[in-house]
Design a protein around this ligand. Structure first.
Ligand code: ASP
Length: 347
């Protein structure tokens, strides 16, 4: 595949998930779609002026089985094909798409081409599928260039139900509606209607250097979600996990947590033993502001790291990525609080 004759070339990477399923006419069972017959299934694609090639993972996975090893393979496929294609469309199950899009945004440093994740709530082979439109829109986004020939969206994004969102700002918030993804703290990159409207002021500047792939992800991490009634035993057990290096602490509202002495003591001794605790709000919109209420002042004073408006999906991905690069202590804190791929807004 080349990009000669100015015809853009797109690599469609199929990882699995609902979007790629069609009904076997003989058995009635849902089976994976053969992407080599893509044009037969979606003939309208012929009208988009681009060449499409596909790469299918083997085995295909339900995205609930997503693992760092798979992310590394996915990033490698993009890196190996980076110079041959103008853009990438990643077909992915919706369940963990926000995590995958987040981690890829950190792993692919200096990205200057679109990596568009999409999927669907109904299989491609079902008459009312949302997969067909999501897929066509994703291809259009991956192909789109501005007046000087540069990609309109040179970043990792999610294209779902007419919304183009920065991948590391998203969460799956609905298990049933076609409108399944939310970008609660960052505006859309583009909106699909009669025309595709691009909001260029919201889009990342393309990376200027060579694409750099970061393949080390450290899994010695945990998410500790607070709830009224959480016991000392639960908090203690999580913080005592052997080898634990980073914890995403999902707090209430603007970063608030109980003021019980046992809770502060547990967190403080974990932090003193070298575990980095990153404070992320359970809310789908808004930001952590440690020190705003009495219920977060103590977190600040014992060294909990404020996560601003980052999502949990992005926070865990970023923690794995930064620990994988070998950061700890003040350096890890600094990078956690610095936007690396547009994942958080520092006020
Ligand atoms: N469980 C499926 C997955 O995430 C659901 C979907 O494809 O949307 O792979």
């Amino acid at each position: 595949m080349t990009t000669s004759n100015q015809t853009p070339a797109i690599l469609v990477i199929y990882t699995g998930g609902t979007i790629g399923m069609i009904k076997d006419p003989h058995t009635g069972a849902l089976t994976p779609f053969d992407f080599h017959t893509l044009y037969k299934h979606i003939p309208i694609l012929e009208n988009i002026s681009c060449q499409i090639e596909s790469y299918s993972f083997d085995p295909l996975i339900d995205s609930s089985n997503m693992k760092p090893a798979f992310w590394i393979k996915l990033a490698e496929v993009i890196e190996e094909n980076y110079h041959k294609f103008d853009g990438f469309v990643v077909l992915h199950g919706t369940d963990t798409m926000a995590y995958s899009a987040s981690v890829l945004s950190f792993m692919l440093e200096n990205l200057n081409k679109p990596v568009v994740f999409t999927g669907s709530q109904l299989p491609m082979g079902v008459i009312r599928t949302d997969g067909r439109d999501n897929f066509i829109n994703a291809i259009e986004i991956a192909v789109a260039k501005n007046e000087v020939g540069l990609p309109m969206i040179p970043e990792v994004c999610i294209c779902f139900e007419n919304n183009i969102m920065r991948g590391n700002r998203t969460s799956k918030f609905n298990a049933e509606n076609f409108n399944a993804f939310l970008s609660g703290n960052y505006p859309l990159l583009a909106k699909v209607g009669v025309h595709i409207k691009y909001f260029e002021q919201n889009v990342m500047k393309p990376g200027s250097g060579k694409l750099q792939l970061h393949k080390k992800l450290d899994q010695d991490v945990a998410i500790l979600k607070l709830f009224p009634g959480i016991t000392e035993n639960v908090v203690k057990s999580i913080l005592a996990i052997s080898g634990l290096k980073g914890v995403i602490l999902e707090t209430y509202g603007a970063g608030n947590a109980p003021t019980d002495q046992w809770f502060i003591d547990e967190l403080e001794s974990a932090i003193n033993s070298g575990i980095s605790v990153f404070n992320v709000t359970q809310c789908k919109g808004g930001s952590v502001e440690m020190g705003k209420y009495e219920t977060s002042i103590h977190l600040e004073s014992i060294g909990v790291i404020g996560g601003y408006d980052i999502t949990t999906e992005s926070a865990i991905a970023k923690m794995m990525y930064l620990l994988g690069k070998g950061y700890s202590g003040p350096e890890l804190r600094k990078f956690l609080q610095t936007p690396l791929a547009g994942e958080l807004t520092v006020e």
